[in-house]
Ligand binder design. Structure first.
Ligand code: ZN
Length: 327
């Protein structure tokens, strides 16, 4: 397939040798050498976002041979990953110049999503201040909605929100809710601890999800809650491949696939079973809202239905969510 390119348009300065990392020889999450190859991304519609990436980094097929992007799963920790992965620098270039990567972030109505997370908080005891860390939280809309619910139910007198997102928004302080934005996690004061940490549809975009999960878990207060939601799409890729069809893979916006087996074993994989407990681990909420897209909503529920019955053993759930509690 020929790719139309325009280096000048994007004014790219990245040296060619820095486009991609050296390919992983083992699992980038747990280090196991037992990894399973399941296919390549190479054809339409897989190539769509990858094409944008190639355009932005300013390369062509004729410049130099481009690596085949292979798809693997780990037999030890069950993470799915693309290999090789872009360098941090070329990935930043991709996000700075292209909105398709950002558009692959699943956006759910913030009020609906906040109510969904609220269910997992259990019976909270009233407290003066409730602190929320919203990692990859954009403008903080979900945390704002969550905060409003906690205030109106009398659980908290004050809400303190820290949003970490590459695109920061101005800090705000109104109606007992204060919100600060940070570009990176390490900018948050070390002593800050949170009642709830949210990482929704963000971990799959990061080059170092293990380190990030570890840092996020450390940010929780005792009995604090960590909520994460990730895509679980590699089983669809495998299923489509068996049928001789292609399934679009949003590389390099997604670098990892984190599904039921990965999350079920996460605390064991990271040696965290003494300090944390997996409170919820199941298929993620249906993305499409019934009132806006009723057919898609019904279809999504239908496809996910077996997952509600057999849990992690059903591979076609599309997304997974977990709630982890610090003990
Ligand atoms: Zn692994």
């Amino acid at each position: 397939m020929e790719i139309a390119l325009n280096k000048e348009k994007h004014g790219v300065v990245i040296p060619e040798e820095n486009y991609f990392e050296k390919a992983f020889e083992g699992c980038p999450f747990c280090g196991s050498s037992s990894i399973k190859y399941i296919g390549n991304i190479h054809s339409s519609p897989d190539i769509n976002i990858y094409t944008d990436f190639l355009t932005i980094i300013g390369t062509t097929h004729s410049d130099r041979p481009l690596p085949d992007i292979k798809i693997y799963t780990c037999n030890n920790c069950f993470i799915g990953f693309f290999n090789p992965q872009p360098t941090e620098k070329s990935l930043k270039e991709f996000y700075a110049n292209d909105d398709k990567g950002e558009n692959t972030r699943k956006k759910i109505d913030p009020r609906r999503f906040a109510n969904h997370i609220l269910k997992y908080l259990g019976n909270l005891s009233p407290r003066e201040t409730f602190r929320i860390l919203d990692f990859g939280g954009g403008d903080g809309a979900v945390s704002q909605c969550l905060g409003q619910s906690l205030l109106s139910s009398g659980i908290a007198m004050k809400i303190d929100i820290s949003v970490v997102d590459y695109n920061t928004v101005p800090d705000r302080n109104e109606n007992s809710i204060s919100q600060c934005s940070y570009k990176t996690l390490d900018q948050i004061p070390l002593s800050d601890e949170f009642d709830i940490v949210i990482a929704s549809a963000i971990l799959e975009h990061l080059k170092n999800p293990r380190q990030t999960i570890s840092l996020l878990l450390q940010k929780m207060k005792k009995q604090g809650i960590f909520y994460a939601r990730t895509p679980y799409s590699f089983p669809f890729y495998k299923g489509f491949k068996r049928l001789g069809k292609t399934f679009g893979m949003p590389y390099p916006a997604h670098l990892f696939d984190m599904g039921s087996y990965f999350w079920s074993d996460l605390l064991k994989t990271m040696n965290l079973t003494a300090d944390y407990r997996m409170k919820e681990c199941h298929t993620s909420l249906v993305h499409a809202e019934f009132r806006e897209r009723p057919l898609l909503n019904i279809l999504s529920h239908f496809v996910k239905l077996p997952s509600y019955l057999v849990g992690k053993y059903y591979p076609f759930s599309g997304g997974w969510e977990v709630v982890i509690e610090q003990i």
